[in-house]
Structure formats: C-alpha cells, structure tokens
Design a protein around this ligand. Sequence first.
Ligand code: NAP
Length: 233
Amino acid sequence: MPLPIEPAAGKVILVTGANRGIGLATARELRKRGAKVVAGVRKPERMPAIEGVTVLPLDAASAESCRAFVERAEKEQGRIDGLVNNAAILIDGETPALALAEEDLRRAIEVNLIGPFRLCQLVLPGMLKRGYGRIVNISSVLGAIGEMGGGFASYRMTKLALNGLTRLLSAEAGRESNVKINSIHPGWVKTDMGGAGANREPAEAARDIADLVSIAANGPSGGFFYQGEPAEW
Ligand SMILES: NC(=O)c1ccc[n+]([C@@H]2O[C@H](COP(=O)([O-])OP(=O)(O)OC[C@H]3O[C@@H](n4cnc5c(N)ncnc54)[C@H](OP(=O)(O)O)[C@@H]3O)[C@@H](O)[C@H]2O)c1
C-alpha cells in the first residue's frame, strides 16, 4: 500500500547538505512541490541557485553552527515543519573495522550521527509544541543489521546508530503525536558518494524523500523505508 502523503506546499522544510547529490535533488523536488525550502550548506557560495530556496550556512559537525542554522531558519520562516538530515560523509571506503582509524570513526560519528542528533534536538521541541513535524533521516542499507557485511566500517556504524536515533525519537514523541520521525535508504544513487556506476538517479531518491517528509497524519513513524516500502532494519 502506498504511503499516505500530504501536499508539501507551504511547509517549511530544512534540507542539510543540499548543495550537491541527493540533498540538492531533494531541495529541487520539494521546491517543485511548493515547499519553503531552507538549504543548510557548508559553503553557501557553492550552492546552485534554485529560485525560492533560502540558503543558510551549516556545518553539521559544529554544535554552534547547527544552533545558528536552526535559530535563523526559525526566525526568518516563523516555524519549522520538516527536517531532512541528509548531510553525511563516507571517508573509510571499504576499510574493514580492524583497520579503521579511531579518528576516522570519530569524524564519521560527528557528521553522520551527532549532526542529525543535534538538529533533531533543536527542531523537535518546537514541532512537539506546535503539534506538527516531520523528520527524515537519510540512512543506508549499509547500516541495516540484517545486511551487515564487512567494510565501510565507520559509515555502517553511524547509519546503524542513526536508525536507532529514529526509533528512539519516534518512541519519545509518542504514538499519538503528529510529529513523525522516519529513516530512509535512498538506494544506490549516482552522486559523488555513490559513484557513476550506481543504478538510481538523485531525482528518483529525492521523490521518495519528499514523500516521506510529507507523510500524512495517519502515516507511520519510527520506520525505515526504501522506495516507499518498509525496509529491513
Ligand atoms: N549515494 C548513495 O548511493 C547513497 C546510498 C545510501 C545512502 N546515502 C546517503 O544519502 C545522503 C546523501 O548522499 P550523497 O550521495 O548525496 O552524498 P554526496 O554526494 O557525498 O553529498 C554529501 C553532502 O553532504 C554535505 N556534507 C558533508 N559533510 C557536511 C557537514 N559537516 N556539514 C554540512 N554538510 C555536509 C556535503 O557538502 P560539501 O559539498 O560541503 O562537502 C554534500 O552536500 C547521505 O546521508 C548518504 O549517506 C547515499
């Protein structure tokens, strides 16, 4: 059964790491649907211009930058309806866990886990108070426990933990809440991270992400999805 979706038109939605890859395609898709998109990017001057998209500086690895980003977005837009935690790094390639440098693991945790965690902590209180909010954490099948193989050690661990964060926050928001937090696997996508050999276009992943951040009040929370269907954790 397809996920129940509401129009994104007029919704204020933050997209992190929106200057290239899946984040850029998601900003474009949400803008096309009439959302008020706020793009959080490390270097605003590198963000391709998209009519109607507000661009604000964001380094997900910095607590101060995350705080300033959310504060400014809230002040300028009046509220935050949605958050797409897209920014992430894959620095260890196929490095096995036994060869992983602690420093690389720390860097990956900082951007891929603590970044989304910080942003959730910053936006969720307002969402819970207003009784509306949608958060989509961009995870990966590489972090699925059932699919856990070797290599990509820091990346896998951070995406596994990110899925845990999705469940945790969703449980804390409560079943009856109209604040919904979900994870998504975008597929293997042609981006700098996914490489040219990938089998999905950024625009295809972006449509799935835009749908999930527009989930209706009777839609799921605390789920993990791939192409609109529940995925294995
Ligand atoms: N591509 C795939 O096949 C695939 C598969 C599964 C999951 N994913 C997930 O999908 C999401 C997007 O991936 P992608 O393929 O589009 O990756 P990408 O092409 O490497 O783009 C990553 C984006 O994240 C931003 N970013 C990195 N560190 C940041 C930080 N500290 N603060 C703010 N922004 C930061 C980058 O900005 P800069 O330009 O400044 O570096 C860039 O805009 C990620 O969460 C990734 O793990 C991708």
